[in-house]
Ligand binder design. Structure first.
Ligand SMILES: Nc1nc2c(c(=O)[nH]1)N[C@H]1C(S)=C(S)[C@@H](COP(=O)(O)OP(=O)(O)OC[C@H]3O[C@@H](n4cnc5c(=O)[nH]c(N)nc54)[C@H](O)[C@@H]3O)O[C@H]1N2
Ligand SMILES: Nc1nc2c(c(=O)[nH]1)N[C@H]1C(S)=C(S)[C@@H](COP(=O)(O)OP(=O)(O)OC[C@H]3O[C@@H](n4cnc5c(=O)[nH]c(N)nc54)[C@H](O)[C@@H]3O)O[C@H]1N2
Ligand code: SF4
Ligand SMILES: [Mo]
Length: 729
């Protein structure tokens, strides 16, 4: 037998960091996965998850053929039978109960998958349901909300210019574990160290002394869910002390005076009790931030998923604006990627929408065509017209990743029909009647449509597939194409078919769309930045000749040309945000009440990736990492010893897990990582089941949301912690 050893270069698609990989493979065996030192962006950085791509590829539990759930277990079926059954059931349910009786949930890996990004929307549109959900509403929804109302486009997200800033104020993010989010910056640890080396400051605000906080020049503990008061106090101080100086961008903005008036009542003194941060420290922070030559405030999951997530991101944008750091080098900048998704979606009218419809039971508003996932279970469990009876999940595991996951688990079990497009039989997909498994990772071509647009430098890279797809398998995009065609009752579009002629994109494979988008993009033959590369401009063949990717330069000020608000000006004081300040006032006008309730927060771990990579033996090796972190004083009060098994209860549920006593926690706050809890009947992921952990989302609450955006509010769930039960020996 002949063997060929090849070296393959690609981008890791597991998290947002876009690290370049160098993979050595012989035939279908992976010999080594290393960081690609020649990648101009990641320069050799990788994390332990990269090597686990090999485990996903070889995983015997990964599905490679459609399966049907029967009374006697899962049965392999042909693609044709599977597609038929899926489409006839979706149609039957919509025929009987109406369009909205089918719900769709799209999970995180969609955004890391070129085929799914390009092709899932047209399939989802054929369902014409208003019950569309995604991981956005347990994640970055407040960022989109603030961007839409302030800059006119939900994807016009300000990115911290970490490589040039002199002061980084970071709230609710731990990039040393997460590798950065809405800030694609491979090797973020080195970038932060360089910031410090050039004399800059890193200030971290977090209820836990995280890996990132340890590196920081200053770390302030904050009580979960109270960042809104800190941010208001910072703005208050800037105005009160005459430090507000937006610079040239002021000429492009409406509403500065309204902002000044609105923040006036929110003094540092008001924030002291609730946040636990001294007033003097807040004032000093405001002065340091305003005094730095360049500065940027950045907030992520810890401030997005809290009861004032929407306000937090509005205030973060304001802080950057008011100090002259918006759209300015070293501040919060807007990217100009080679495929300009903001430009393209502006042309197609997808800048964002709000409130066109509301959820049936709780009346929460739609944003960007989706409802908040916190209402998903109640829409299944509440009888009446419009009740959800069937479900499509696409690369999502909402049982482990959305609030009150146990309730959703039960609701899914009661559906008439469910289909999952997924590679595993896990906590969510075990409820499916049919699972359609796509190829994944190393078998797919890759271009990061989204993360190039969120990166701290403009770069572009195309990754060819390393391995051909296994026999009789389908790529995600082929699954969506087939589902769409069958839903519409039309044959698959071809060059000859009427639909293929009409709908140019419907019959193009993903790489061809990438090529077109590059050619017509900002660095393409007609783009204004083409000289950066060559006279002919950027196109797919250029990227194929440059397997390590190309650097397109640092972020440049460009907001003036990108704003798409109706009057093309920055809206500093949208009514919705101003009105929501009343809620802040009502919550804390009487001061803070500290009744000793423990508040639960989450955490990320370097060797986990949300809920789905615990089947990789090398990632779960060693001590149980799904532990409850608690401050020594809180443990002592409850007579709990390090390593003891504890019972954690909230309004929604109870879980058991080991305790890890740690003074890295703020007293009164406990932490559990998310994505665990694999010990449910029927999960067919052998390694994960042996390392089950417990799910934090059995404790989080579907009723605890940000009222403004509908985003889940995971931060600060009230819990009790007691000893036991004893573990069986
Ligand atoms: N308490 C708490 N909960 C949280 C968070 C938190 O911080 N705290 N974080 C939230 C955040 S930020 C997010 S993004 C969500 C994530 O929430 P989800 O997206 O719902 O969950 P994942 O764990 O990412 O599940 C991904 C699913 O996709 C499948 N999959 C993997 N690769 C592929 C592929 O190539 N194709 C297809 N079709 N399927 C694939 C996996 O098998 C798995 O079922 O969790 C949220 N939940
Ligand atoms: N290794 C790994 N990397 C990942 C992921 C993963 O699961 N594992 N998931 C990816 C995904 S989907 C995302 S969205 C990103 C998220 O990336 P990050 O936002 O960096 O996520 P976390 O590491 O969870 O950091 C959130 C921090 O918020 C803190 N926090 C909690 N509550 C509060 C609060 O009320 N106020 C403040 N100020 N802080 C609070 C927590 O203690 C924690 O340190 O990570 C991505 N990268
Ligand atoms: S940091 Fe993220 S992109 Fe980089 S190797 Fe790890 S998982 Fe992959
Ligand atoms: Mo996320």
């Amino acid at each position: 037998m002949s063997t060929v050893t090849q070296t393959h270069f690609r981008t890791c698609n597991l998290c947002e960091a876009m690290c370049g990989l160098e993979i050595e493979a012989r035939d279908e065996e992976i010999l080594a996965i290393r960081g690609d030192k020649t990648d101009p962006f990641s320069r050799g950085h990788i994390c332990p998850k990269a090597t686990a791509l090999a485990d996903v590829y070889h995983d015997p539990d990964r599905l490679r053929q459609p399966v049907r759930r029967t009374a006697n277990g899962w049965q392999p079926i042909s693609w044709d039978v599977a597609f038929d059954e899926v489409v006839s059931n979706l149609k039957r349910i919509q025929g009987e109960y109406g369009r909205n009786a089918i719900a769709v949930y799209q999970g995180n890996p969609n955004v890391h998958n070129l085929g799914a990004m390009l092709y899932s929307p047209s399939f989802v549109r054929t369902l014409r349901t208003q019950n569309r959900f995604s991981a956005t509403s347990v994640d970055q929804l407040p960022h989109h909300f603030a961007a839409y109302f302030m800059f006119g486009h939900q994807l016009l997200l300000p990115i911290p210019d970490v490589d040039h800033t002199g002061f980084l104020l970071m709230l609710g993010a731990n990039p040393l574990a997460s590798n950065g989010s809405l800030m694609t910056a491979p090797g973020i640890g080195n970038r932060l160290k360089k910031l410090q080396k050039r004399g800059g400051q890193l200030v971290v605000i977090d209820p836990r002394r995280t890996e990132t906080a340890v590196l920081a020049n200053t770390h302030h503990f904050i009580k979960p869910g109270t960042d809104v008061l800190l941010l208001l106090a910072l703005l208050h101080t800037l105005f009160a002390e005459g430090l507000a100086d937006p610079g040239p961008l002021a000429a492009l903005a409406d509403g500065l005076e309204q902002v000044q008036q609105a923040v006036a009542p929110f003094t540092p003194e008001l924030a002291v009790g609730p946040t636990g941060i001294p007033a003097a420290a807040m004032r000093q922070l405001a002065r340091d931030f305003a005094g730095a030559k360049t500065a940027v405030c950045y907030g992520r999951i810890g401030v997005s998923t809290q009861p004032f997530g929407g306000l937090c991101h509005w205030l973060i944008n304001l802080l950057n604006f008011v100090t002259g750091n918006l759209d300015s080098p070293g501040g919060a900048m807007f990217t100009m990627p080679a495929i300009d998704i903001v430009g393209i979606t502006t042309m197609t009218g997808q800048t964002g929408r709000y409130g066109r419809w509301h959820s049936r039971v709780r009346q929460l508003p739609e944003f960007g065509g989706e409802l908040p996932v916190a209402v998903l279970a109640e829409e299944m469990l509440t009888p009446g017209e419009g009740q959800i009876k069937g479900m499509v999940t696409i690369a999502g595991n909402p049982v482990l990743s959305t609030p009150n996951g146990r309730q959703l688990d039960e609701a899914l079990a009661g559906l008439e029909f469910m289909v999952a497009i997924d590679i595993y039989i896990n906590e969510t997909t075990r409820h499916a009647n049919i699972i359609l498994p796509p190829t994944t990772g190393l078998e797919t071509e890759h271009y990061d449509l989204i993360f190039h647009a969120l990166a701290v430098r403009n770069t572009a890279k195309f990754s060819p597939a390393l391995f051909p797809p296994a026999a009789d398998t389908r790529h995600d995009w082929q699954i969506f194409q087939e589902l769409r065609a069958r839903m519409e009752g039309k044959p698959l579009p071809t060059r000859q078919s009427p639909q293929g002629k009409l709908d140019f994109f419907a019959r193009m494979p993903p790489a061809q769309i990438v090529d077109l988008a590059l050619r017509f993009g900002p660095y393409g033959a007609h783009g204004f930045n083409k000289n950066r590369l060559d006279e002919q401009g950027l196109k797919l063949p250029t990227l194929k000749r440059q397997p390590h990717g190309v650097d397109l330069g640092p972020l440049q000020p460009n907001l003036k040309h990108r704003l798409v608000t109706p009057n093309r000006r920055i809206q500093l004081a949208p009514d919705l945000f101003l009105a929501d300040l009343d809620r802040v006032w009502q919550t804390w006008a009487e001061g803070a009440v500290d009744d000793g309730t423990l508040l639960l927060i989450g955490r990320r771990q370097l060797r986990s990736n949300n809920s789905w990579m615990h089947n990789s033996p090398r990632l779960v090796r060693g001590k149980d990492r799904c532990t409850l972190l608690m401050h020594p004083e809180d443990a002592q009060k409850r007579n709990l010893a390090d390593g003891a098994q504890v019972t954690v209860c909230s309004r929604t549920g109870t879980i058991h897990l080991p305790l890890a006593v740690s003074d890295a926690m703020m007293p009164g706050v406990v932490s559990i990582p998310h994505g665990w809890g694999h010990d449910r009947d029927g999960v067919m992921m052998a390694t994960a089941v042996r390392h089950p952990g417990a799910s934090i989302n059995d404790l989080t609450d579907d009723q605890q949301i940000d009222q403004l955006t509908g985003n889940a509010a995971f931060c600060g769930v009230p819990v009790t912690v007691e000893p036991g039960p004893k573990q069986p020996v």
